[in-house]
Design a protein around this ligand. Structure first.
Ligand SMILES: Cc1cc2nc3c(=O)[nH]c(=O)nc-3n(C[C@H](O)[C@H](O)[C@H](O)COP(=O)(O)O)c2cc1C
Length: 169
């Protein structure tokens, strides 16, 4: 489905997921109690001007922190039932949730809220990527434990959605 994208275009859909849009810290997607339980990770494979590897998006600074230098698209695709678009996308955006951040205030309902928020964030990625003429797929079929291990997520954080993004051939 896709080939490389430039660093300029690629950062915009990542920002659309959880970028900061207000001085008080409000973000691009709504959040129950403004607790912002979501994490955004980027498996970079084919981006002009950016080394491959695993990055974590830091909303407050609008920057990426590199967590791992290895190119992980093939491994991520394997964890996602060998879906080829996961390894062919220039990047894979992975949205995760730290449920406790929301359940501490809302109890069990916080789990539902975090999942709703993931839908909002992922939809923002879809709309922004489409507006930039980029292709994308929304991927929910993957082994949570394998993706968690790959992303080095702590025990209180779980992956919820993977969105491969890139130029459509
Ligand atoms: C929660 C959820 C999980 C999904 N998981 C996958 C997936 O693992 N792989 C995939 O190729 N598409 C996945 N999709 C995309 C659907 O297959 C797709 O939205 C549907 O076929 C309709 O096509 P459209 O979105 O292009 O209109 C998922 C969609 C949703 C909402």
């Amino acid at each position: 489905m896709v080939i490389g994208i430039s660093v300029v275009n690629f950062l915009v859909p990542v920002w659309a997921a959880q970028g900061v849009t207000a001085e008080w810290g409000g973000r691009t997607a709504p959040s129950a109690g403004a607790l912002y339980p979501l994490g955004v990770y980027v498996v970079v494979g084919n981006v002009e001007g950016l080394d491959a590897g695993l990055y974590s998006y830091e909303p407050e600074k609008h920057r990426l922190a590199r967590l791992e230098e290895r190119e992980l698209r093939v491994e991520l695709a394997e964890a996602a039932l060998d879906q080829e678009w996961v390894k062919e996308g220039a990047i894979d955006i992975v949205i995760s949730a730290v449920y406790g951040r929301t359940t501490q205030k809302y109890g069990e309902k916080g789990v539902r809220y975090a999942r709703m928020e993931t839908g909002h964030a992922a939809q923002n990625v879809c709309l922004q990527a489409t507006a930039l003429d980029l292709g994308l797929v929304t991927v929910g079929a993957f082994y949570d434990s394998r993706v968690s291990r790959m992303l080095q997520l702590p025990g209180n954080e779980g992956p919820l959605y993977i969105t491969p993004v890139g130029w459509v051939r």
